[in-house]
Design a protein. Sequence first.
Length: 133
Amino acid sequence: MTPIRLAEKLHASDVVLLAGRLLLSLIFVHEGLQLATRFEGAEKAMAALGVGTPLLFATIALQLGAGLSVALGILARLGAIGLGLFCLMTAGLFHTNFASQNELLHSRRTSPLPAACSSWRSPVPAGCRWTGC
């Protein structure tokens, strides 16, 4: 399909949804890369919270895998559900001390993410996927 025909199929709402999907996934891919590249520090910080190394590996895999799936549109709904559940679990396990301003800030930051993940819909027009139009 030519770029002109593709542009005719896309609407402004499709472009906005695509941008939102990419920005949402960027949060998780960036954090997954930060954990992976600074693994020793992340491992010590997680151990202090009672989280073992296998769960840290799972966290990195989830953030990178599900984040990329949402960004690329490959099993994106499943990735979005995984990221939404991850946010709920993170908020419930780690961001519960509301007397601390830092914890309150993190809780406020992560609480809208599950809603964003669950409300995601495909911005790619029907019949036109990443594999070709």
